[in-house]
Design a protein around this ligand. Structure first.
Ligand SMILES: [Zn+2]
Length: 410
């Protein structure tokens, strides 16, 4: 009789996650900015674990932990990140790294599995120095000049200085070997409340939203707030406020079911109570998994700007600052996660897009990629109270390891 396949050890996964939480602990979460002492200590903690998983590895010249397995057969790349946002939660990042470590521990040492999991911890997913610098470096999308220019958004320290202090200056950056991996799988906390509110255990990510960002600038006439009659005014601030309200009226008629939009910053110039603003600027962002939806919204934004300009009181320009294409998750990967979930937690999975960015969207540019989510209690993330129940963490680990097995054996 054949033995049942080996599966994830939930207690071991929780012990590892708690060990990582103890490095750079902040309340019940962690404070591990990129290249901080606790971040580097976490990378070293991971290196020390690799032999248990039949892996060798090192930290490369941009702070990625990259590993290799000598086992014959197909290779699956899996991982996430170990740095955190400032004063943030213990699972955003480490969960995916520890699941990948667990998958490597279970599958790489099992002779019944032809193939292995190679683990990666991507540097700076949280964007202290840039946007997905570690994973983008791995796929060949980061030039040296970008690293030269990168600075820590909190401390202002240059990335070159940080790399030098970490002992990583002059070390080569690792890059993807074409054809080495059958794809990339990443687990993450949902960071939303859909799974919890529906009583589900696993999110099967269908796509990762694209992010489009705009600077919308209004020009009017700066003037005295006491002597200028209301009818004579060309108030750029008022035009901006009306524009925000108009967006909220117009967009719901043409957006997709999960489109979100945000005015994240408003600046009035000169910004004084006794001066009518002559200039006003808003930073506006929208996210959707469907590029066609965003194209429609962008066109509406321009039409609304044209309407403001036609009225002639104030003028407005819409400038696109960032165009992020959505990343579609590979169908075979979605099926593997769904099948693994059906075998471990029947009826408890849901296909859903990711509203947050992840390294998987970068890896998806060069290989098939997939993601699975576990529930976030109250949907809270990027805060030290971020949490997932121990039971859900253990279930997620089992599904992740089983999904890796199915991908390697298919
Ligand atoms: Zn994350």
């Amino acid at each position: 009789m054949s033995q049942p396949p080996l599966s994830a050890n939930g207690a071991r996964v929780l012990a590892d996650l708690n060990a990582l939480r103890a490095i750079g602990a902040y309340k019940s979460g962690v404070h591990k900015p990129t290249f901080s002492e606790p971040h580097l200590a976490s990378l070293k903690w991971l290196l020390a674990k690799l032999p248990e998983a039949g892996l060798t590895g090192a930290i490369d010249g941009i702070g990625n932990v990259l590993t290799r397995s000598e086992k014959a057969g197909p290779k699956l790349l899996a991982g996430s990140h170990l740095e955190s946002q400032n004063h943030a939660g213990w699972l955003d990042g480490p969960l995916g790294v520890v699941y990948a470590l667990e998958a490597a521990r279970v599958l790489n040492t099992d002779p019944a599995v032809a193939g292995s999991v190679e683990l990666a911890a991507w540097c700076d997913e949280e964007g202290h120095f840039g946007q997905f610098l570690g994973s983008r470096s791995y796929v060949g999308a980061v030039a040296e000049a970008e690293i030269d220019a990168a600075r820590d958004r909190t401390s202002g320290r240059s990335m070159r200085e940080a790399l030098k202090a970490a002992g990583l200056a002059g070390i080569a950056r690792g890059s993807a070997e074409p054809g080495r991996h059958i794809g990339y799988l990443e687990a993450h906390i949902e960071q939303g409340r859909i799974l919890q509110s529906e009583g589900l255990k696993i999110g099967v990510v269908t796509s990762i939203v694209g992010i489009w960002q705009y600077r919308i600038t209004f020009s009017g006439e700066q003037n005295h707030a006491g002597t200028t009659r209301m009818t004579d005014r060309r108030d750029a601030g008022l035009a901006l406020a009306r524009f925000c309200v108009a967006i909220d009226a117009r967009f719901p008629e043409i957006c997709g079911p999960r489109t979100v939009w945000t005015t994240g910053r408003i600046t009035l110039d000169p910004g004084a109570p006794s001066i009518i603003p002559g200039r006003a600027e808003m930073l506006f962002q929208m996210r959707d998994a469907d590029a066609a939806v965003v194209a429609r919204l962008e066109a509406a934004l321009q039409t609304m700007a044209d309407e403001v300009n036609a009225q002639g009181r104030c003028s407005v320009t819409v400038e696109c600052l960032r165009k992020g294409a959505p990343a579609i998750m590979d169908d075979k990967f979605q099926q593997a996660i769904e099948a693994a979930s059906a075998s471990i937690a029947p009826g408890k999975s849901l296909r859903m897009p990711s509203g947050a960015g992840h390294d998987a969207q970068v890896l998806a540019t060069i290989m098939p990629a997939g993601m699975l989510f576990v529930p976030s209690i109250g949907g809270i993330s990027h805060h030290w109270t971020e949490n997932t129940s121990d039971e859900d963490i253990a279930t997620g680990a089992e599904v992740f390891v089983e999904a890796c097995r199915r991908l390697l054996m298919s």
